[in-house]
Design a protein. Structure first.
Length: 737
């Protein structure tokens, strides 16, 4: 069994910073040249760590290609000219919640820092006339104030992104009168100004010292992931030898803190890429991360519960377990040990060779990851084998919770599936636009006459542009920064309409409580007052135009962006969006259409496996997306294998709780009535998308309060007293393949 490496809750998302620099390609002619190249790379790394002046920016994939040049020659030449060291995150490794790569400059002097920033911005980033902004990273509030002292326009701008105390701001060419050199000078001046705040150069990383789990090599990896000094806060006194090693090799400060650790980030270091391979020899592996919380767990007590929260189509939360209803209320009441796992191919649990590894992104492989993590916890956490485990999830991960119960009943005693779209995946959901019809009804309940305003706004758009919007019209009249990202003018209008559908889908899922403060109410009001263009303006969040690439999955191999992925309610952004597109292409086929009035408030768009999905998936991923099954069988494959349709479930499983929100469009694919005495459904009329799993508040509706009480009572009934025979079985838990 793989040993987890334990890191405390304060750890940053290191993958977002990029762990590799640009290395010279050694010549094949002689060993001497290879040795020189290796030495040069080591010198670069040392120069990068030495600084002492650092500055961080975010750039697009296209800009990264320009800066790299052929074989990295452009970047190497720039480093030689300025004596700076520059690191660029690897291809596909983006700053958190974006599709932008990370570029960090380390300079030996302020003059060198100014020179390299000026050259990078003026000669490379802004060399493309389509690029009108530079994204700079500010590591602290003090740095923010220093930057605003240089560029007054930042004072009125909202941050583009915020992550782990770091703020990303946009330096706009437009706000500098279109003068690209002046914009470059402003960026350089910001870089110089923030050097006066040394706190922006330090990241605090809280570590739990465990002599079996935390090794010097692991710490070195953490240091390499940063561009600056690190302060380690340790919950235990470090042995002198390890303290000396850190001080010598890591360029860090050590701050010994007291206090009990109760939530930590763990990882299975060597999770098999293919759990089911029969091939001999070394198999490819990659790390999979999970939160492990022992805040309310006492191994000395007889009764306990493992709450296993399944990771879904998004990265693991950065600051601990996501659902307070589970991690606080239920765990506190039941001596709970809480695990929240990250799904393979999302967040930082991604194989090194992402694209070529995509065929191993499947529900079956993911469930085996979860089984491995749970089995590892049973073996390594004292007292855990006495606990019954309940699988928990919301949305897609709610379906995974059900599947975990079905496939590994020896490990998983019960399942709690919130807003699970399983009836879409069993192909039972209505094919008549059920999702968007329910969404439309919910919008009218939250904001009366919303649908009438939306229908009118779409009609106005069609009357104005017909079936085609040119790049120029999209820029000048609809305030779209980069419509060229869609590839063709023939696709612009349909892509923009799809982005509006997705925006309403996101608002619908978040609209609890369903009042005038909800996102649906606000979006309906925007359309009523400003039409469809108002939606684009709201999405731009104060920018002069909407950068569509920030709202879409990573581009395809031709660099084309699209909102039209396999999930018509939205796939997400960046690499996570591409992963979800793969899953909805290969296994999780969702028949979701829009038909227009009176069915729903959106322009008609018919979902079709043969005419639409196959063409999209083959264009995006090629024939590999269909290598394991034919086009005509893949949408039924999982249900044919496992039998999770409503007619079959009561015959093969028990102790499954479904919870569904009455305003949630995903109700179209949910189980909404009891299937047996132990397969039960709870409807929450005011609820949205798995909203009952969030923290209780003073704004909760009476039906939400009652639903949480009912969920707790049912789970307590199922997970209560363990008889002696079941206790013996618990001691013999095994992962059955």
């Amino acid at each position: 069994m793989a040993r987890p490496i334990l890191l405390d809750v304060g750890m940053a998302d290191f993958a977002a910073f990029g762990q590799q620099g640009i290395k010279s390609v050694p010549s094949r002619s002689t060993r001497k040249r290879k040795a020189r190249a290796k030495l040069a790379a080591r010198v670069r790394d040392e120069r990068f760590k030495a600084g002492p002046f650092w500055f961080k920016m975010l750039i697009s994939e296209a800009t990264a290609g320009v800066i790299m040049g052929h074989g990295g020659s452009t970047l190497i030449g720039l480093e030689k000219e300025t004596l700076a060291a520059i690191k660029l995150s690897p291809y596909g490794s983006y700053f958190a919640n974006s599709n932008l790569r990370v570029l960090v400059i380390a300079a030996p002097s302020l003059e060198a820092l100014k020179t390299v920033v000026m050259k990078l911005v003026c000669d490379y980033i802004l060399a493309d006339i389509a690029v009108e902004s530079v994204y700079v990273c500010l590591g602290s509030p003090a740095s923010m104030e220093l930057a605003r002292g240089v560029d007054a326009s930042l004072a009125s701008d909202e941050p583009v992104l915020q992550h782990e105390g770091e703020t990303v701001m946009e330096v706009s060419v437009v706000k500098h009168g279109g003068d690209r050199r002046l914009t470059s000078l402003t960026c350089a001046s910001i870089a110089l100004a923030v050097q006066n705040d040394r706190s922006h150069l330090a990241n605090t990383v809280r570590l739990v010292y465990d002599p079996l789990a935390l090794l010097p090599g692991d710490i070195d990896g953490l240091v390499d992931a940063h561009f600056c000094n690190i302060v380690f806060e340790c919950s235990n006194v470090l042995p002198p030898a390890l303290f000396a090693w850190l001080s010598k090799n890591c360029h860090v400060e050590i701050d010994i803190q007291s206090g009990e650790n109760n939530c930590r980030l763990a990882r299975i270091e060597d999770m098999p890429l293919d759990h089911f391979s029969l091939a001999g020899g070394d198999q490819a592996t990659f790390p999979v991360h999970y939160w492990l919380s022992t805040k309310y767990f006492d191994s000395a007590k007889d009764h306990c519960v493992i709450y296993y929260i399944m990771g879904g189509e998004s990265p693991l939360p950065e600051s601990g377990v996501a659902y307070p209803f589970i991690s606080e209320r239920l765990a506190e009441a039941n001596n709970g040990l809480v695990i929240e796992s990250e799904h393979r191919f999302y967040g930082s649990s991604v194989p090194p060779k992402y694209e070529e590894s995509l065929p191993y992104l499947s529900v079956e492989q993911s469930l085996m990851d979860h089984a491995t993590i749970l089995q590892n916890t049973l073996e390594t956490v004292e007292g855990a084998k006495r606990c019954r485990a309940v699988a928990i999830g919301g949305s897609y991960s709610g379906f995974l919770a059900l599947a975990f119960r079905l496939r590994y009943p020896k490990l998983v005693y019960a399942a709690y599936a919130s807003s699970s779209p399983g009836r879409f995946y069993s192909q039972e959901a209505p094919y008549d636009g059920g999702y968007f019809s329910l969404l439309t009804d919910a919008a009218d309940r939250i904001r009366p006459n919303c649908s009438a305003s939306v229908i009118r706004a779409f009609d106005d758009l069609r009357n104005r542009y017909g079936d085609r919007v040119t790049f120029e019209q999209a820029k000048d009249e609809l305030s779209i920064c980069n419509p060229e990202a869609f590839g063709s003018e023939d696709d612009v209008l349909e892509e923009l309409l799809q982005m509006v559908r997705i925006e309403f889908s996101g608002a619908n899922m978040a609209s609890y409580p369903p009042d005038s403060n909800s996102s649906t109410y606000k979006l309906c009001t925007t359309v009523e007052q400003s039409g469809i263009q108002g939606v684009f303006k709201a999405m731009a969040k104060g920018d002069t135009c909407l950068d569509v690439t920030r709202h879409l999955p990573s581009p395809d191999k031709n660099g084309v962006y699209s909102a039209s992925c396999g999930d018509w309610t939205g796939c997400g952004i960046g690499q996570a969006g591409r992963s979800w597109d793969w899953q909805t292409c290969t296994q999780l086929v969702e028949h979701i259409s829009t038909y227009g009035p009176p069915s729903d408030m959106f322009p008609p768009r018919k979902f079709s496996v043969d005419r639409w999905l196959n063409a999209h998936c083959k264009k995006s991923f090629g024939s590999r997306a269909f290598r394991n099954f034919s086009d005509s069988t893949r949408e039924h494959r999982l249900n044919d294998l496992w039998g999770f349709d409503e007619a079959t479930l009561p015959k093969i499983t028990s102790r499954v709780l479904f919870a569904t929100g009455g305003t949630d469009g995903w109700t179209a694919g949910a189980v909404t009535s009891n299937l047996s005495e132990t397969i039960v459904a709870i409807m929450i009329p005011s609820g949205a998308h798995h909203s009952e799993m969030k923290a209780p508040s003073n704004h909760d509706t009476p039906d939400m309060v009652a639903a949480r009480d009912q969920i707790e009572a049912i789970l307590d009934l199922w997970l209560g007293t363990t008889d002696p025979q079941e206790a013996e079985e618990a001691e013999a838990y095994e992962v059955m393949i």
